[in-house]
Design a protein around this ligand. Structure first.
Ligand code: ARG
Length: 432
């Protein structure tokens, strides 16, 4: 085993192939249990250093797995080539976009999922799928351990390890970033020493990015300074509203039983539709969120989100759902939606309450059929038209013109007298 040295002091850094691990959690691997590791590999600095480090520290083999959830602009041939070059036995690249859209994003749409008023959960939705695939590939390739690149301060460790411990009690986990105590400088030094290509400049740390077809997040750097308004360079996905077109554009989204099926009258598969919605949102500067978030592990953190597809689709879905629901349904569902979003955010995708709640949500959504028109203009999305065969709406009843005997205005005062009865009694008691 090679012991890396601290780049400044040149003393040995004792990286932990963590022998005390199982005192903390039974699913963590003892060093001597690690023979072949399935590494969740992104191609970035952390997981590239990890690929080499695991081979050296544990004297183990590594199989890499890279999951495509529709993160824009990724070259998977390059990622795969890099993994092989760093000594992976193999690097599997899985295109999971279809599954992700159908099994994870769609339930979130039906649940109007929005954690903490602004976060549509794209990362939180992706993690249980990524971890489930890690389990499948670990079993298929004879691995005893799964490794991931999450830190000890974030939500993703909870989502990934919670999934592995739930689905595969026989597999162990290692999370080197949590224990190896290398900062970014040490990692770069390690990478240079072992011929690991480091892309981009190494002067200043980049933003920490995570993305997929449902959105993109940026963390770190000035984002940690709450009084610092966003620098323009953070927006790598959505057009800044001030640069968006001067002409507004209206888009229609059609739903069948809650499922978005067409955009501007054109039917599309879900992945294609979400991509097309994102493209429109990107053009019009839609879906920028500057979010303060309560993490699972107690920290309060700021994220910059770019969620162009979610900004359009969620808004349209929510509007249509309200149109076809009664006042009672419409008051009840947001509480369930919020609980659903929290369970998913908090890494409890496999908790049965999630699917229990979904049973109700899916039942309500059977009637969510129709079309919503939205106007996109320099960062704003505004509902402008609604159509549904199931709308609990009757223009004849609602009109200021005569309802032709369908609604008796003469009956209203009687209603008001009874409706206000208890309130009036209570008021009188208090003023005596
Ligand atoms: N705050 C969001 C969440 O917890 C986004 C996290 C992004 N993940 C990351 N590894 N940078 O879901």
């Amino acid at each position: 085993m090679t012991e890396p040295r601290d780049p400044k002091t040149h003393t040995e850094v004792h990286h932990i192939a963590d022998p005390g691990s199982t005192r903390v959690a039974t699913y963590l691997a003892q060093p001597d249990e690690v023979g072949r590791v399935l590494l969740l590999y992104s191609g970035g600095l952390d997981t590239s250093v990890m690929l080499k480090w695991i081979q050296d520290e544990y004297d183990a083999e590594v199989v890499a797995l890279t999951v495509n959830l529709g993160q824009p602009g990724e070259d998977y041939d390059v990622v795969r080539g890099k993994a092989i070059q760093l000594g992976a036995l193999d690097c599997h690249v899985v295109d999971a976009r279809e599954d992700f859209a159908r099994e994870y994003v769609l339930p979130a749409i039906l649940a109007n999922a929005d954690y903490g008023d602004g976060y549509p959960l794209f990362t939180a939705l992706g993690r249980p799928l990524i971890a489930k695939l890690a389990v499948e590939y670990a079993r298929r390739t004879g691995c005893d351990t799964i490794a991931h690149g999450c830190t000890g301060k974030g939500n993703d460790q909870v989502r990934i390890e919670g999934t592995i411990a739930t689905l595969a009690p026989e597999l162990k986990v290692i999370a080197p970033v949590r224990s190896w105590r290398m900062g970014r400088d040490e990692e770069i030094a390690y990478a240079r020493k072992h011929g690991i290509p480091v892309k981009g400049g190494t002067e200043s740390a980049p933003y920490s990015i995570d993305d997929n077809l449902w959105g993109r997040s940026s963390e770190g750097r000035w984002i940690e300074d709450l009084s610092h308004a966003p620098d323009d360079d953070v927006f790598q996905l959505v057009t800044r509203p001030e640069l968006a077109p001067d002409e507004a554009e209206t888009v229609t989204v059609e739903f069948e039983a809650g499922v978005p099926v067409a955009l501007n009258g054109q039917r599309m598969e879900l992945v294609e539709l979400l991509d097309a919605a994102a493209e429109l949102g990107i053009k019009h500067g839609v879906g920028i969120v500057d979010h303060i978030e309560d993490r699972i592990v107690g920290l309060k953190v700021r994220d910059i989100y770019e969620v162009p597809a979610a900004a359009i689709i969620l808004k349209a879905h929510k509007e249509l759902e309200r149109l076809v629901g009664t006042i009672h349904q419409n008051q009840f569902k947001p509480g369930l939606d919020q609980k659903w979003a929290y369970l998913v955010y908090a890494g409890l995708w496999w908790e049965p309450l999630r699917t229990d709640i979904e049973a109700y949500i899916r039942h309500v959504n059977e009637r969510v059929t129709g079309t919503i028109g939205l106007k996109l203009y320099k960062g704003s999305v505004r509902v402008v038209t609604r159509e549904s065969p199931n709308a609990v709406y009757d223009a004849q009843l609602a009109t200021f013109a005569d309802s032709g005997g369908l609604f008796s205005q003469e009956a209203s005062p009687g209603f008001i007298e009874l409706w206000s009865l208890q309130s009036r009694m209570a008021h009188r008691l208090r003023s005596e």
